[in-house]
Design a protein around this ligand. Sequence first.
Ligand SMILES: C[S@@+](CC[C@H](N)C(=O)[O-])C[C@H]1O[C@@H](n2cnc3c(N)ncnc32)[C@H](O)[C@@H]1O
Length: 244
Amino acid sequence: MDSNDINDVKDMAKYNYKKSEPWPDDDVWHSYTYKILHKHIQDYIDELQLKNTQIVLNAGCGKTTYKTCAAIIYMDIIEEYVNLFEDYIVGSIENIPLQDCSVDCVICVGSVINYVDIQKAMSEFSRVLKPNGILLLEFERSNSAEFLFTKKYAKTVFMQTYQYNNQIHYLWMYNEKFVLQLAEFYKFNRNKRYRFHSISSLLFRFGISEKKAAKFSKLDYWLQPFSAFFAHNEILIFKKNVLL
Ligand SMILES: C[S@@+](CC[C@H](N)C(=O)[O-])C[C@H]1O[C@@H](n2cnc3c(N)ncnc32)[C@H](O)[C@@H]1O
């Protein structure tokens, strides 16, 4: 099968990731993304102080793991990534083969949700999480400075083509408000947020190379108050409502 024959976002994701690593190590922008994500998610998990009787679903895990006392179920569409781990599922986050209310925490980061039908994925996360369960979600935003002064900026949803890993990736880009409204519909309350790649997206928009612009992501912590208009990525922490 040639990449030109693929017109479905999911098939394209599977085709691409099957042939490559989840995070290319020669790409400065994405190395920063991975570093920021891993640090923040590990910090949130530490705060949760999960017990060894609890279960975490790492949804679209790639090869990434986190330190926790809880048991982790690793899930991805690529078998070669998940079979590195003891407890794994090969499958899509749009259709999770786990029982209702069976996990305490879902981690879905690294733009996994940008590859899928977000409505189906949010519905599945809500279904498999126990009441008061935690969802750690990260996504790429249509409110990114990358799209400033274009028709795409802050659009509810659109498909963007990216060159990543020397491959063509199709990603659904989402407006922040849309993600929050969808989360609310699926009974999630937002606890925390962290937006990143703010100034880096702005610099990239105005012609600075990804490589140079990425280094400015160090300033993201200080730029949180302005990040709503510029940030390319966002981490959201939700708690599932007890009352359904
Ligand atoms: C950039 S990697 C991120 C991996 C990991 N979450 C992390 O943060 O390191 C994106 C991952 O999404 C996975 N993926 C894409 N579509 C998926 C789907 N429908 N269900 C589950 N995983 C998916 C890919 O196989 C790949 O491992």
